[in-house]
Design a binder for this molecule. Structure first.
Ligand code: ZN
Length: 299
């Protein structure tokens, strides 16, 4: 079984937003048709509502994602997106936990894709981590560099702030994605290259090898170009997958059109197991078992 932990849908009922989107909406129906083509059984749908990227991609927010997932309960699983800056998360007696409980009751199995451009160890993020840990809701992050305009939780080269959070919140599961996360497979990156798609040999193992070994609450979301390119650029990617097979989840982050090619990460994982570069156990864990473990249920 394949569970894709990272997809989005765009606004379904508001065609006016096509003027920003500049393409046809990627609705729940289209996502399911795309999943059928790619051989994916279930998908996690991630709302976007952080102001840094809200409306820009026309990606649906919490309520619309929940309603659309309800129409296809056997195929779609909603997450919720709670921006750390909202009023309900302003202080220690905040009602953030009550809000997350409501989203959980509505079927949201986790939080994300977290795109708020605050340092990943910001006090407001920390309140969210505490609540998420208490409710066993994993959080998916897009990471970015502080100097980059755009969206994503901010950390420096080597992910020192993330490490502090992994240590402080051992009951909270952090799933990382984007170039600034996956490029840390390689020790020889700098402030510029960490933000790019780096290809070629990995000469020295980078920070992620140490962080994954030390913190079982750190997971990798291998979606989008960032996960696929970083893992496939060197055979050490297979070694990483095998070594940390309990902490990697399959995802695609595709939401542009039905005609988009099959995501490369699918053939990469299929070939890796067929050619015995990774074990069958690793393949099963990455494609669905790890997510089921995080979600606390079998699908
Ligand atoms: Zn995404």
């Amino acid at each position: 079984m394949w569970i894709d932990i990272h997809t989005h849908i765009t606004y379904q009922d508001y065609p006016e937003f096509r003027r920003i989107l500049k393409r046809e909406p990627f609705t729940a129906e289209i996502l399911i048709r795309k999943m059928d083509i790619d051989g994916i059984d279930k998908s996690v749908v991630l709302p976007l509502n952080n102001p840094e990227c809200m409306d820009y991609y026309g990606v649906a927010g919490n309520q619309e994602v929940i309603s659309q997932c309800r129409r296809f309960p056997d195929r779609l699983i909603p997450f919720c997106n709670v921006d750390p800056r909202i009023m309900m998360n302003q202080n220690a007696d905040s009602t953030i936990i009550e809000l997350l409980k409501i989203y959980k009751e509505l079927g949201c199995l986790g939080i994300g894709e977290m795109c708020a451009s605050l340092p990943v160890d910001d006090a407001r993020y920390q309140r969210l981590y505490a609540a998420a840990g208490q409710l066993s809701m994993p959080i998916i992050f897009h990471f970015k560099d502080k100097d980059r305009v755009g969206y994503g939780a901010i950390d420096e080269l080597g992910l020192p702030r993330l490490e502090k959070m992994l240590k402080m919140f051992p009951d909270t599961v952090f799933l990382g994605h984007s170039q600034c996360f996956w490029n840390e497979l390689d020790a020889d990156i700098d402030n510029i290259s960490r933000q790019e798609y780096v290809r070629g040999e990995i000469k020295n193992r980078g920070r992620l090898w140490k962080l994954f070994a030390k913190y079982p609450n750190l997971y990798g979301d291998c979606s989008s170009g960032s996960g696929y390119i970083a893992l496939s650029r060197d055979p050490k990617g297979y070694e990483f997958i095998e070594k940390f097979k309990d902490q990697i989840c399959f995802g695609t982050d595709r939401f542009s059109s039905l005609n988009e090619p099959v995501p490369e990460i699918i053939s990469y994982l299929k070939e890796a197991v067929a050619e015995a570069k990774i074990s069958g156990e690793a393949f099963e864990k990455i494609t669905h078992l790890n997510f089921e473990k995080l979600a606390g249920c079998r699908f």
